[in-house]
Design a protein around this ligand. Structure first.
Ligand code: DC
Length: 229
C-alpha cells in the first residue's frame, strides 16, 4: 500500500494553543529533556511585526509588505535565556514583547504573505533536526504529519494571571484588565482570521493545563511521545 504522507526522518512535536496557554514554557522544557531544537514560531511573527513597526510601513500596502519581506532574514539561535532572534543580523530578542508589538502582532500574523514566508522557513527547519515547535498552525499547516500534536488549552483567568506575572516581572506597567483585553483581542483575531486560523488539528491531543503544573504538563507530553514511538 502506498502512503500519501511524506517520509519524515526527524521527530516533530507540534504544540498549538492560544496566547499564554503555557506553550512556550512547556515546549522549551520538553525540548531540553529530549535534546531537540525548540522553535518559538510566535517570536518569528513578532520579529516581522517589529520590522514593520520600525520601518513605518502601512499594513494596507501589499507592495510595501512584499518589499520588506523580500530581503528579510530571521535567524533563530539558542541563547542562555532561551531562543534568540536575529532580524537582518541584529539581535532583537529584547524588543519582541513590547506593548507596541503585542498590540499589532495578530494583525501582522493574519497577512498571508507573511505566513507564507514564515511557514516555509519553519518547514525547512524541520527537515534537518528533531524539533519541538509551538504556535497556532503547527499541527494544521506547518507539519500536518508531525509525530505528536498537542493542543494546549487553559482557562482565560489562569492565562491572564500568567501573562500579568510575566509582564510585571519584565517591569511593564500594565493592569490585569489591560492584559485580559489584549489576550481576548488576540484570541479573536487568531481564531477568526481567514488564513490558518487557530484550530485544534483533528488528530491533536487536547491537553488542558489550567490545573496542571509545568512539570506535570511536560511529563504528560513525554508520556504521550513515548506511547507513540
Ligand atoms: O505565541 P505568541 O503570543 O508569541 O504569538 C504572537 C502572535 O503570532 C499571536 O497573535 C499569534 C501569531 N502566531 C501565529 O499566527 N502563528 C504561529 N504559528 C505563531 C504565532
Amino acid at each position: 500500500m502506498t502512503s500519501t504522507q511524506p517520509k519524515r526522518d526527524y521527530t516533530i512535536i507540534a504544540i498549538d494553543g492560544p496566547s499564554s496557554s503555557g506553550k512556550s514554557s512547556v515546549a522549551r522544557m520538553v525540548a531540553d529533556t529530549l535534546g531537540y531544537t525548540y522553535v518559538d514560531t510566535g517570536a518569528m511573527y513578532r520579529a516581522v511585526t517589529y520590522d514593520f513597526i520600525s520601518s513605518g510601513i502601512s499594513l494596507e500596502s501589499d507592495a510595501d509588505i512584499s518589499t520588506r519581506l523580500s530581503d528579510m532574514t530571521i535567524d533563530l539561535h539558542a541563547g542562555d535565556r532561551g531562543q534568540e532572534v536575529l532580524l537582518r543580523g541584529m539581535n532583537i530578542t529584547p524588543y519582541l514583547r513590547t506593548p507596541e508589538v503585542n498590540e499589532l502582532v495578530s494583525e501582522v500574523a493574519a497577512i498571508s504573505a507573511v505566513r507564507r514566508r514564515l511557514v516555509e522557513q519553519q518547514q525547512t527547519i524541520g527537515t534537518t533536526q528533531h524539533v519541538v515547535m509551538d504556535g497556532r498552525d503547527i499541527g494544521t499547516v506547518v507539519f500536518p504529519s508531525a509525530t505528536l500534536k498537542i493542543y494546549l488549552s487553559c482557562d482565560l483567568e489562569s492565562r491572564v494571571d500568567r501573562r500579568l506575572t510575566e509582564l510585571v516581572t519584565q517591569g511593564q506597567d500594565i493592569t490585569e484588565d489591560e492584559v485580559r483585553e489584549n489576550l481576548m483581542h488576540r484570541d479573536h483575531i487568531d481564531s477568526t482570521r481567514v488564513d490558518s486560523p487557530l484550530r485544534k488539528a483533528a488528530d491533536a491531543i487536547l491537553l488542558d493545563n489550567s490545573q496542571l503544573t509545568l512539570q506535570e504538563t511536560h511529563d504528560r507530553i513525554i508520556e504521550l511521545l513515548e506511547s507513540r514511538t
